[in-house]
Write a protein that binds this ligand. Sequence first.
Ligand code: ADP
Ligand code: MG
Length: 255
Amino acid sequence: MSDRLDTLCAELSLTAVAHDYATLADEAAKKKLSFIAYLERVLSAEAALRAERSRQMLVKLATLPTAKTLEQFDFEAAAGVPKARIDELAGLAFVERRENVILLGPSGTGKTHLAIALALRATERGCKVRFITAADLVLQLEKARREERYEQYLKRAILGPRLLIIDEIGYLPLRKEQADLFFQVVAKRYEQGSMILTSNLSFGDWEEIFDGNAALTSAMLDRLLHHAHVIQIRGDSYRLRQARQSGLIGGQQKL
Ligand code: ADP
Ligand code: MG
């Protein structure tokens, strides 16, 4: 009987059923559950396993640099980031509404942390997410163009994810062609899908990143900010502050 069941489970790819049916049957007998209640427990185990696998696959596809959660975020330490606002974003209505989130602030103030934490929330809701730094995005776009698969790349990597996260806008200035490629990404996603962007520079300084091109920068910001939640984080690097608190470096030192 159990051999036949195992074979059937294998044929039907019912991993959790195969693993759990015997234990659940013992439990059901002890608790005098009905056949239907038992069946429901067995199928629930299968459904839970599948949901977990699909979440893991979404996390893998998201290519997050590391795992960070909202629970790990210390809101007291982050001036300009009201917890209520992040909690509201964590509800992910902004993804449904195809709005953008823009996290601005000096280096080390938790922009990437918040972006990753929101990304993880989205994967838990079954949402396809992709995380990339601005520098890597531009490199990949250039490579795709050289290899004559630019349209394909746009379709798969840029328009594919429900939520696209572009981290670290502003660390590297872009050359003219790179700025044009970046603009195309923003134009393609505009009103099509949500983005989370992070930058250490305020919008007034973005022109410098984008090859000093005022027209391109304002056309881009126009699209980005049309439906956007802008969060300006103030203060010192979290790591520096921790190092200072633990006496590793002097109180007056700044980056
Ligand atoms: P940014 O992207 O703004 O440069 P990160 O998000 O990479 O900064 O933060 C740097 C480090 O400090 C990370 O390890 C992050 O988890 C931690 N960190 C920053 N701000 C906070 C915070 N408010 N609470 C908890 N950890 C934080
Ligand atoms: Mg960062």
